[in-house]
Design a protein around this ligand. Structure first.
Ligand SMILES: Cc1ncc(COP(=O)(O)O)c(C=O)c1O
Length: 391
């Protein structure tokens, strides 16, 4: 293949798609651990717990009875029905199974929604900092993420006013995550309604990533569907259900969008992992929910330990993270180069954190993300190590 220009002969879109910088930290952390160093891992974006035993058992049973073939492109009916019941039980919402599509992770849902909504050159408003893949999904379908710098004044979220201020002719919608990665802040019902109103005024689309629902520690987060039945919802079995490696998520779409998305899903995925879908059904059983709720309590205890500890170390955390398993800390007292700072903390003190540059551009060099996806004992060890170097 001839190699030309910046993109080495490959499609020009590749130049706009950035790698995760945390990978450098993770690879170095793995190498140091393999060399016998004692590393506290606080960079991962997934629960440290293994998938709950009843889910694993259901997956095993599905394999044993031969659930190894393709399944429906929108997901097996039992799982779409279980998700519909989940919306009734958890939110008091009546969402028909036909509006719910099972996807290969929230990632698959994001791809389907991007492909459904974006024409070349269209823009989607999103927060900076935010989950970095969002803008890359938009770019992949020749649209673009319109990054809106956000800070503590809006709890790192988009607001109705920000949507109005940043909307341009090519903008087709706005997306938020509640609770968000990397900040853990959640939107109230009123804030969701204000966002919905601002987007509706422009006849745009509202996308809400609810992947960290279930992992809220000061009361449950409302679903956008409570205030806007036409919004697109992205969700997943990865986080609360602890199934990252099974690659299973879902989306809720307005009735009119489902047939087109099903067509896309047939072409892009054919089907999700059939075994994983049968396993996920067990996620809704009372015995499993008990395990998952215990884990939620453990995450809460970790947050309640780590948040004041991080602040005591000299990091500023102006907005209390209400959910997910992250603390987004302002490290401007210590650095303006979060990537170099993270590598130094890893090399010299054995603590792996994620640099802010992974989540966008806005004051990214001055921020770090702490993941409390490791045991309390390890968190205490990390705080002690950081205390020695930073105080
Ligand atoms: C906000 C957000 N959305 C989507 C994803 C993708 O998750 P998955 O594809 O594992 O469901 C992640 C993963 O970290 C995330 O943090």
């Amino acid at each position: 293949m001839p190699l030309q220009g910046d993109s080495g002969g490959f499609a020009t879109r590749l130049a706009d798609i950035e790698p995760f910088r945390v990978v450098e930290v993770l690879e170095r952390a793995t190498a140091l651990a393999a060399a016998g160093e004692d590393i506290v891992h606080m960079a991962a974006g997934e629960p440290d717990f293994a998938t709950a035993a009843p889910i694993v058992e259901a997956g095993r049973a599905a394999l044993a009875r031969g659930a190894t073939h393709y399944s429906q492109a929108a997901g097996i009916p039992q799982l779409r029905e279980a998700l519909s019941r989940h919306y009734a039980d958890s939110y008091g919402l009546d969402i028909a199974p036909g509006r719910i599509m099972v996807t290969p992770g929230a990632s698959g849902a994001l791809l389907l929604i991007a492909a459904l909504l974006m024409d070349p050159g269209d823009g989607m408003l999103m927060t900076d900092p935010g989950y970095p893949c969002n803008r890359h999904f938009m770019r992949l379908v020749e649209g673009r993420g319109q990054l809106v710098p956000v800070g503590a004044d809006t709890r790192y979220q988009l607001s109705g006013a920000l949507v109005r201020e940043h909307w341009r002719e090519h903008t087709v919608g706005a997306m938020v995550a509640s609770p968000a990665n990397p900040t853990g802040t959640a939107l109230s019902r009123q804030e969701l309604a204000a966002l919905s109103a601002a987007v509706r005024e422009r006849r745009g689309y509202l996308l809400v990533d609810e992947i960290y629902h279930g992992l809220c520690y000061d009361g449950d987060a409302p679903s956008v569907l409570e205030v806007d039945d036409e919004a697109f919802v992205i969700n997943s079995f990865s986080k609360y259900f602890g199934m990252t490696g099974w690659r299973l998520g879902w989306l809720v779409a307005p009735e009119a969008a489902v047939a087109e998305m099903e067509k896309l899903a047939q072409n892009l995925f054919i089907s999700m992992s059939t075994m994983a879908q049968h396993a996920a059904l067990a996620g809704f059983e009372p015995a499993t929910r008990e395990i998952l709720e215990e884990r939620r309590d453990i995450f809460r205890q970790r947050r309640d330990f780590l948040l004041p500890a991080v602040q005591e170390l000299g990091f500023a955390v102006p907005c209390k993270p209400q959910g997910a398993f992250y603390i987004y800390a302002d490290a401007s007292r210590f650095t303006t180069d979060s990537q170099a700072f993270c590598l130094r903390l890893l090399e010299e003190h054995g603590v792996a954190l994620t640099p802010g540059v992974d989540f966008g551009h806005h004051r990214a060099g001055e921020h770090l993300r702490f993941s409390y996806t490791t045991s309390m004992e390890r968190l205490e060890s990390a705080v002690e190590r950081l205390g020695r170097v930073l105080r």
